[in-house]
Design a protein around this ligand. Structure first.
Ligand code: DON
Length: 306
C-alpha cells in the first residue's frame, strides 16, 4: 500500500477545500487559530512514521486528552472507576447537563465532560492539582517519547475563565457524592489537561500503546493490559465523537477521539496510530476535514475494524 502517496493526495486536497467547518470560539484563545491548517501523521506497527501538511505544528488537543487521563485513572483505581462513570454513548453534546439528574450524578461515559471531570477527580486523588497535572503531562510525554509536549497556559487560563458549565457539572456531581476531592482542584486538572499542546506526529506516537495491545513500543513493557487497551478503544469507537460517534463509526469505522481544537486520534488495532488536525469543526464539534481525511484513509486502506 502506498501510504505516503495517499497522505500526499489527502493533504493536497485538504489544502484546496472550501468548506473547512467552523473554528471553536467559545474558548477565546482557540478562536484565533487559522482554519487553513491541516496536518496528518500515521505511525504503523513497525514504527514507520508518515506525515503530511502541518504534522509538526502544535495545537490544543482538548478532549483528545481524555484518552490519556482515562488510562491514568484506570491505572490508579482500576475497574472500580466504572462505579462512578458509565460506558454508554450519551447521544448528547459533550458538555450536556441533562442526563445527570435522572442518572444520579453518574456520567454516561468518560469522554463527555462530566465523565472526564470525574476522571480528573480520580487523577487528582488527595494530591495538589499541580502534581496531578504534572502526572498527566509526564504520562503523555512518556507515551509519545517526546519531552517537548507542553501545556499552553494561555489556553488553560482561557478555559478556567470561561468554564462555567464545567464548574456546574462538577458541583452537580458533587451533590450526588460523585466527586471525592476538591471540586476546584479537579476542574483545574481538567482545564490543564485540555490545554495540552501537541502536534500530529507526537499525538500519533502517543497512541502507539493502544495499537500494540497496551505495550509501549520503546520498552516492550505493558502500559495497560491488552484487555484494557481494547476497552479504551471500544469506548473511543462508541463515545469518542460525542453525539457524532455513530456517524464516525458509520463513515470511518475506526476507534477515534476528537477534540474541539480540531484534532482526532484514531487507532487501527495492530496496524496504525493516526493523528489528524484541522481546526474547523462540523456541526457536532468534530474536525470537519479531519473526519473526511480519516474516512478517505479508511476506505483506501481497508482499515475499518468492521
Ligand atoms: O470542556 C471544554 O469545554 C473543553 N476544554 C474540552 C472540550 C472538547 O474538546 C470537547 N470536544 N470535542
Amino acid at each position: 500500500m502506498d501510504l505516503a502517496g495517499l497522505i500526499e493526495e489527502i493533504t493536497a486536497d485538504a489544502a484546496h477545500a472550501v468548506d473547512r467547518g467552523k473554528v471553536a470560539d467559545y474558548i477565546p484563545s482557540l478562536g484565533g487559530v487559522d482554519p487553513k491548517h491541516f496536518g496528518i501523521a500515521i505511525v504503523t506497527a513497525d514504527g514507520t512514521v508518515h506525515k503530511g501538511g502541518d504534522a509538526d505544528v502544535s495545537f490544543s488537543i482538548q478532549s483528545v486528552s481524555k484518552v490519556f487521563a482515562l488510562t491514568l485513572a484506570l491505572g490508579k483505581i482500576g475497574e472500580t472507576l466504572w462505579r462512578r462513570v458509565g460506558v454508554e454513548p450519551s447521544g448528547s453534546a459533550f458538555n450536556s447537563v441533562v442526563q445527570l439528574e435522572a442518572e444520579k450524578g453518574i456520567p454516561r461515559n468518560p469522554f463527555i465532560n462530566a465523565g472526564a471531570i470525574v476522571v480528573s477527580d480520580v487523577v487528582l486523588g488527595g494530591s495538589e492539582p499541580r502534581e496531578a497535572i504534572g502526572d498527566i503531562l509526564r504520562f503523555v510525554r512518556f507515551l509519545s517519547g517526546d519531552e517537548s509536549v507542553f501545556i499552553d497556559s494561555e489556553v488553560a487560563s482561557s478555559e478556567e475563565q470561561t468554564g462555567f458549565r464545567n464548574a456546574a457539572l462538577a458541583n452537580y456531581m458533587r451533590s450526588f457524592n460523585n466527586m471525592e476531592h476538591d471540586v476546584g482542584g479537579a476542574l483545574r486538572v481538567y482545564f490543564h489537561q485540555c490545554a495540552i499542546a501537541m502536534n500530529c506526529t507526537q499525538l500519533a506516537l502517543a497512541g502507539r500503546f493502544l495499537m500494540l495491545d497496551g505495550r509501549h513500543p520503546d520498552t516492550g513493557r505493558a502500559v495497560v493490559s491488552a484487555v484494557r487497551a481494547r476497552r479504551i478503544m471500544a469506548l473511543m469507537l462508541t463515545c469518542g465523537h460525542y453525539d457524532g460517534s455513530g456517524e464516525f463509526a458509520f463513515r470511518v469505522g475506526i476507534p477515534g477521539k476528537s477534540g474541539v481544537g480540531g484534532g482526532i486520534l484514531a487507532i487501527v488495532p495492530g496496524k496504525a496510530s493516526i493523528a489528524v488536525w484541522s481546526p474547523g469543526l462540523n456541526k457536532r464539534g468534530n474536525s470537519h476535514l479531519g473526519s473526511e481525511a480519516l474516512e478517505r484513509l479508511a476506505a483506501a486502506t481497508n482499515w475499518s475494524v468492521f
